[in-house]
Write a protein that binds this ligand. Structure first.
Ligand SMILES: [Fe+2]
Length: 449
C-alpha cells in the first residue's frame, strides 16, 4: 500500500467516524468501532510518512504533503465541503496518534464540539506548506458540479436503500449546473467525463453519461429548455441498480439466468423509484430509466418488442452515451476498451442496437481520437487527447504523458501531433499512466473557469 492509498483510507475512516458520531451517542458500539478504524488508519498514514503526515484541503483539491491526491476531491467532495465549513484547511498528524485526539477530531468535524484535539498529535491549520508550494490544480466549476452530482446520487441511493422519501430538487439543481458548465466548456467537460471509479462505478458512470448526453444534445441543437430534462434522465438512468445486489453487479464471470433476471430489473426499479420521488422532470427521467436498455430494433429489455418510433428520443440518445462510457470502463468481468474501440461498437450496432443518427452525431462530437484517448506515437512516446479536432482533417489537442525513452514527465506537456504518426491506441495500464491523475494535473487544460 502506498501513502496515497493510506491517505484515502484515512479520509474514508474520518468521514465514517464523523458520520457515526453525529448519528450515535458516545459509547455506542458503532462509534467505538469507527474510532478504532480511524485511529488505525491515521496512525498508519503518519507512521509511514516518517512519523508525520499533512493533509491539506485547498479550494476543490485535497493534498497529501505537497502532492495532489488525484480524484480525492470527487470521492470526498462532501468531506471537503464539511472541512471548509468547519474552517479546517489542513490536518497535521504526528505518530503515535492518540485515541483521544481522534475522538476530538471526529467530534470537531461532525460539528459536535468546538474543541480541537487536546493532545496535539493531531493539529489543525498548522500546515508547514504555503499555498504556492502545493501543486497547482486550477479546478473550477465543472469539477465542482461533477462532485456535487456524485453526492446527489450517493444521497439518492442511500434514500432508496433505506426506503426513505426523496425529492429530485437536488438532482435538478446538479444537472442544471452540469448543463451550464458543459455548454460553456464542452472540451473540458468531455475530458472530465473520462473519469472512472472502480468502487463507485455506477455513480461516476451516471455523471459521465449525463455530461456526454448534454454535449450530444447540444451538438444536435436541442432547445435550451430541453437540456435539463435530458440531463436528468441521463443522470438517473441507472439509479435502479441500487436495488441489484452488489455481488451481482461486480460478478467477475458470466451471469447465470437468475442473476441476469435481477440485472434486467434495474430499468423498472429505477423508473419506479423516480416516480415515487417528487418532481421536477420526474416523468421524463423515469421514461429514460425505463427504456435505456431497449434496443432501437425492438429487442433489449424491458420494453422488448417496441420499435424505435415508440422509444423516447432521450432514451435513444442516452443509450448511445451509456454504451460509450460503459465500454471504455474496466469492470470486474472485462477489461476496458479504448475510446476508438467503443466507437466501433457503436458503429457496428447502429441501426440495430442504437439509433444511427445519434451514433453519427456522437462520432462527430468526439472525433476519431476521442478525449482521453492514449495514443502511441511513431517515436514510442504516448500522448493523451485533451480536445477533439475542431473539424474533419484537423488534429486533436494532446499532452505528452510518457516520453519516447519510457520515462514520465512531472506534468503532462502540451504537445502537437503535427509530423507525428499515431501507430497505436492503448489502455492506461498498457501506457503505465493514471488518467484521473493526469486530468487533475492538467487542470489548466481541464478547467479554465
Ligand atoms: Fe443500465
Amino acid at each position: 500500500m502506498n501513502s496515497e492509498l493510506e491517505a484515502r483510507a484515512a479520509l474514508r475512516d474520518l468521514q465514517a467516524l464523523a458520520r457515526q458520531m453525529s448519528l450515535y451517542p458516545t459509547g455506542h458500539p458503532s462509534v467505538g468501532e469507527a474510532l478504532l478504524h480511524g485511529e488505525a488508519s491515521l496512525e498508519k498514514l503518519a507512521s509511514e510518512g516518517d512519523g508525520e503526515a499533512v493533509i491539506t484541503f485547498l479550494g476543490d483539491s485535497i493534498y497529501l504533503g505537497r502532492r495532489l491526491l488525484p480524484h480525492a476531491s470527487l470521492e470526498f467532495s462532501a468531506l471537503l465541503r464539511t472541512m471548509q465549513s468547519r474552517g479546517i484547511e489542513s490536518i497535521t498528524l504526528t505518530s503515535p496518534i492518540s485515541g483521544g485526539d481522534v475522538a476530538d477530531l471526529g467530534a470537531f468535524v461532525a460539528g459536535l464540539s468546538g474543541d480541537v484535539p487536546a493532545e496535539r498529535t493531531i493539529r489543525l491549520n498548522e500546515s508547514p506548506f504555503s499555498r504556492s508550494e502545493l501543486e497547482t490544480a486550477k479546478s473550477g466549476g465543472l469539477r465542482r458540479s461533477y462532485g456535487r452530482s456524485l453526492d446527489v446520487l450517493r444521497g439518492m441511493a442511500a434514500s432508496i436503500e433505506s426506503g426513505d422519501d426523496f425529492d429530485l430538487s437536488g438532482a435538478a439543481w446538479a444537472v442544471e449546473q452540469l448543463v451550464e458548465q458543459t455548454i460553456s466548456q464542452p472540451s473540458a467537460a468531455l475530458l472530465l467525463s473520462t473519469m472512472k471509479s472502480h468502487d463507485e462505478y455506477t455513480f461516476f458512470h451516471s455523471v459521465n453519461v449525463c455530461i456526454l448526453s448534454i454535449a450530444l444534445g447540444r451538438l444536435i441543437s436541442l432547445p435550451d429548455d430541453q437540456m435539463a430534462p435530458l440531463a436528468m434522465g441521463a443522470l438517473l438512468h441507472d439509479i435502479g441498480k441500487v436495488r441489484v445486489e452488489p455481488s451481482i453487479l461486480q460478478f467477475p464471470g458470466r451471469l447465470d439466468p437468475a442473476q441476469w433476471r435481477q440485472i434486467k430489473l434495474h430499468p423498472q426499479e429505477g423508473a419506479a423509484a423516480i416516480l415515487a420521488a417528487s418532481a421536477p422532470y420526474q416523468e421524463i427521467a423515469a421514461t429514460v430509466a425505463f427504456e435505456h436498455h431497449a434496443r432501437y430494433d425492438g429487442a433489449g429489455y424491458p420494453a422488448a418488442g417496441r420499435r424505435e418510433r415508440d422509444l423516447h428520443f432521450y432514451s435513444r440518445l442516452v443509450a448511445t452515451s451509456d454504451t460509450y462510457d460503459a465500454i471504455t470502463t474496466r469492470r470486474s468481468y472485462r477489461r476496458a476498451e479504448t475510446p476508438n474501440r467503443a466507437l466501433h461498437v457503436l458503429l457496428n450496432g447502429a441501426g440495430s442496437m442504437y439509433d444511427p443518427d445519434f451514433v453519427r452525431a456522437f462520432i462527430e462530437m468526439v472525433g476519431v481520437y476521442p478525449p482521453g484517448s492514449l495514443l502511441t506515437l511513431g517515436d514510442g512516446s504516448t500522448a493523451m487527447v485533451t480536445k477533439p479536432a475542431e473539424a474533419a482533417g484537423d488534429l486533436p489537442d494532446v499532452v505528452l504523458v510518457r516520453m519516447a525513452d519510457g520515462s514520465y514527465p512531472d506534468h503532462p506537456v502540451p504537445w502537437s501531433l503535427e509530423d507525428q504518426e499515431v501507430v497505436d491506441q492503448v489502455l492506461p495500464e498498457q501506457a503505465g499512466v493514471d488518467p484521473p491523475a493526469l486530468l487533475e494535473q492538467a487542470g489548466v487544460i481541464v478547467t479554465t473557469v
